[in-house]
Write a protein that binds this ligand. Structure first.
Ligand SMILES: [Cu+2]
Length: 192
């Protein structure tokens, strides 16, 4: 199956890059490389259009969640409320986004996990002698492909799980705890 995201003349792209220097020794040169495959409409016969769905555990206005004072070591964030699908079709891929402290994020359809996105952490060298314990940060999150059917009327939910005793939440430069996120990006093809 061939598929792509349709773009027209009036579409624009924004990119929001957040960089973190994990090299205490200097000022590394940084490159961002994007590989895009572009197919002109005249040659896109047989391609199906992808529909992106954004699911998150925040509110309509804000997808940042402040760490509650009584969070303890475990915290489970859910969509509020879950989303009832208005579309039916086939889910090609699901990706997720969450912050330091997160262990995994489950995407559920009708209370059944359809994608388990586990976080991968990497231990970095200490940035200075004050950096105790040395920095450990999230460095990848598993995605799913060929997830299966999405049905009109099915209920979609997210379970974003944080365990602060396993992975410390990140602190901002001013010492405050970074807000949490739990985002699922679902890419689907609608039924004809
Ligand atoms: Cu984020």
């Amino acid at each position: 199956m061939r598929f792509g995201y349709p773009i027209s003349e009036d579409h624009a792209f924004d990119i929001d890059i957040e960089l973190m220097n994990m090299d205490p020794t200097g000022e590394p040169e940084v490159y961002l490389k994007l590989d895009l495959e572009w197919v002109p409409q005249s040659k896109a016969d047989g391609f199906r259009s992808l529909v992106p769905l954004w699911l998150d555990v925040g509110t309509c206005d804000d997808y940042n969640i402040q760490v509650p004072d009584d969070a303890g070591s475990m915290l489970e964030l859910r969509m509020q409320p879950p989303w009832v699908s208005t579309l039916s079709g086939y889910v090609v891929a699901i990706g997720a986004h969450f912050h330091d402290g997160g262990t995994h994020l489950d995407i559920l359809q009708n209370d059944k996990v359809v994608c388990n996105c586990a976080g991968r952490y990497k231990q970095y060298a200490p940035m200075s002698e004050h950096d105790v314990p040395p920095s450990k940060h999230i460095n990848g999150i598993l995605a799913c492909t060929n997830v299966g059917r999405i049905e009109k009327g099915s209920v979609w939910d997210i379970r974003s799980v944080y365990d602060f005793s396993a992975h410390a939440p990140m602190r901002l430069n001013d010492g405050r705890l970074e807000a949490l996120m739990g985002i699922g990006l679902v890419y689907m093809i609608k039924d004809d």
